[in-house]
Design a protein around this ligand. Structure first.
Ligand SMILES: NC(=O)C1=CN([C@@H]2O[C@H](COP(=O)(O)OP(=O)(O)OC[C@H]3O[C@@H](n4cnc5c(N)ncnc54)[C@H](OP(=O)(O)O)[C@@H]3O)[C@@H](O)[C@H]2O)C=CC1
Ligand SMILES: O=C(O)CCCC(=O)O
Length: 506
């Protein structure tokens, strides 16, 4: 996708902006076709991570608002499920068109609340919107089956039916795409939803939903609960346990995913969980090293490393280790330009919040205290601001360091050396996570062996970016359950029904 490839490979012009110029800035939650405040009248501030200024306040909704939203979605489901696939497709297409026309406005909101450089924010709109376009088409192809029957005069028909109300809980790192990927799919399938965006990034969700309404999404079909971290557990309990909810679709940390999965289990509800990753990026001696280092820039520094598919461990064959490290290091020094996302030329913005800064700093400090060597970066860029962490590269990393096995979720590249293919595989697979993995080799047999033996839901051969609307996105092991994007993403929101027709004799 151009967004992912653009920022770190070339410099672009960025328009500066102020919050007062933000279009589509909504300041209320959205329930049953109305923009509403919290029943408790509470609110919380949404901050710009580049400078900690308040962009606006939004309602701090709690469990009672969540219940109202679920009730609205359940009521709307009664009619939405009976719309034709063609009608749903047409609404999704209009939503796609609206987002496309408003790319700049949506991107400005992402940059303001998530801190991304404008080039990446615009790219996220292109990427996120591709799910709406894809599901506008897919809506008309969620097919059933007629299976040859083992009995004479009997027919087996298999049909797909929407699950009902879907609870959507999304993270701050892709505040637009994580919503369109889920909501596009579930609307196509005939479901309705309640969205709970992250405390840090509710404004993108509200703007996206405003454009959905303008596209003709009927009242109650999409509802949005804005809540602070304090109220998230109460809201989450309703979204997971209310009997009217048929499915919980979550993207975020593995820890929270486990909590939600536990609550969903009480009602035997369907779950779709996209959780943490710990992606290996493996470079074999036959690889084109310059290309591998270019792709490493994308796999590591997209959204400043705050991505579940972000490369977490660079496993480099000993024969090309020095060459790769040198090449990667000089690209980091040339292309990672730290600063506020609305400043021209910036390619790496702030981390989202203080917790992220602390988590990344702790991992690096722990590694350095145990002997890791910093080749680039290694600390907070205090002259720019407290949330700006320098793009960093570490070598001499050992097993006893936390960074060796934890998900970094920040702009820190850790390079490790291996000797053999089996050693690379063993290190790569020695994690509870199994989301994305990257392999660089020109040896076709090796590429197939790695594809087969890597215990990951996604394997990219000779590429650093694998996300798009067409393939199934998702992980194995503790990285989650289910797939998003592709036709599988819509099928996640359906149940299969088998009907037996027995032809009565005259
Ligand atoms: N797989 C991925 O794509 C992501 C992984 N992460 C990982 O998680 C770490 C922490 O980030 P963080 O933002 O705290 O991620 P979380 O998993 O805590 O947050 C993701 C979403 O879940 C919500 N949430 C949190 N707790 C509950 C709950 N008990 N019930 C219902 N909803 C809940 C959050 O709301 P609120 O914001 O209000 O707390 C947010 O909307 C990161 O460092 C990273 O390692 C983070 C984001 C995305
Ligand atoms: O990191 C995430 O939370 C989602 C991955 C972004 C993508 O779709 O590539």
């Amino acid at each position: 996708m151009s967004f992912i490839r653009g920022g770190l490979l070339s410099k672009q012009t960025i328009i500066t902006m102020e919050y007062r110029h933000l279009h589509l800035l909504k300041k209320q939650g959205y329930i049953n076709g109305e923009w509403v405040n919290a029943k408790n009248n509470g609110s919380f501030p949404v901050l710009d991570p580049a400078n900690d200024k308040v962009i606006t306040d939004v309602p701090d909704m709690d469990a009672s608002d969540a219940k109202a939203a679920v009730d609205a979605a359940a009521c709307a489901f009664k009619t939405w499920r009976d719309t034709t696939a063609k009608e749903r497709s047409s609404i999704l297409r209009k939503w796609f068109d609206n987002c496309q026309k408003n790319t700049e406005h949506l991107a400005e909101i992402i940059t303001a609340e998530a801190g991304k450089p404008m080039i990446e924010s615009k790219g996220e709109i292109v990427y996120g919107n591709s799910f709406l376009e894809w599901y506008a088409d897919t809506a008309r192809h969620i097919n059933g089956e007629v299976i040859p029957s083992p009995w004479p005069n009997k027919h087996i028909m298999v049909t797909r039916h929407p699950l009902g109300v879907v609870s959507i809980i999304t993270p701050w790192n892709f505040p637009f795409a994580m919503i369109t990927r889920k909501v596009g799919a579930l609307l196509a399938a005939g479901c309705t939803c309640v969205i709970k965006p992250a405390e840090d990034t509710p404004l993108t969700a509200l703007a996206a939903v405003e454009l959905a309404l303008q596209a003709g999404v009927p009242k109650g079909v999409i509802n949005v609960i804005t809540s602070s971290r304090k109220n998230a557990p109460g809201v989450g309990k309703v979204l997971c346990e209310d009997p009217q909810v048929g499915c919980i679709s979550f993207t975020g940390s593995t820890n929270v995913g486990k909590i939600l999965y536990g609550m969903a289990a009480k009602g035997i509800k369907r779950v779709s969980l996209e959780l943490g990753g710990n992606a290996p990026f493996i470079v074999f001696p036959s690889a084109d090293i310059n290309h591998a280092a270019d792709q490493a820039m994308l796999a590591k520094f997209r959204n400043n490393g705050q991505a579940c598919v972000g490369a977490n461990r660079f496993l480099i064959h000993q024969d090309v280790f020095d060459q790769f490290v040198q090449c990667f290091k000089s690209k980091i020094q040339d292309r990672c330009i730290l600063g506020p996302g609305n400043k021209e030329g910036v390619t790496c913005g702030p981390l989202i919040n203080d917790a992220q800064v602390k988590s990344v700093s702790n991992l690096v400090d722990d590694a350095v205290s145990k002997g890791a060597k910093v080749l680039v970066g290694g600390k907070i860029a205090k002259s720019i601001g407290e949330k700006f962490y320098e793009s960093t590269m570490l070598i001499n990393v050992k097993k006893e360091m936390k960074i060796y096995e934890e998900e970094i979720f920040g702009p820190v590249a850790v390079c490790l050396k291996f000797k053999t293919e089996s050693e690379a595989l063993e290190i790569a697979n020695s994690t509870k996570s199994g989301l994305a993995s990257y392999v660089f080799t020109k040896d076709l047999g090796q590429a197939f062996r790695m594809s087969r033996q890597l215990e990951f839901g996604m394997v990219a051969i000779n590429d650093g970016v694998l996300s798009s609307a067409e393939p199934p996105f998702g992980g194995v092991k503790e990285s989650g359950i289910g797939r998003e994007g592709s036709k599988h993403g819509a099928e996640e929101y359906t149940d299969i029904k088998y009907t037996l027709f027995s032809a009565l004799d005259k």
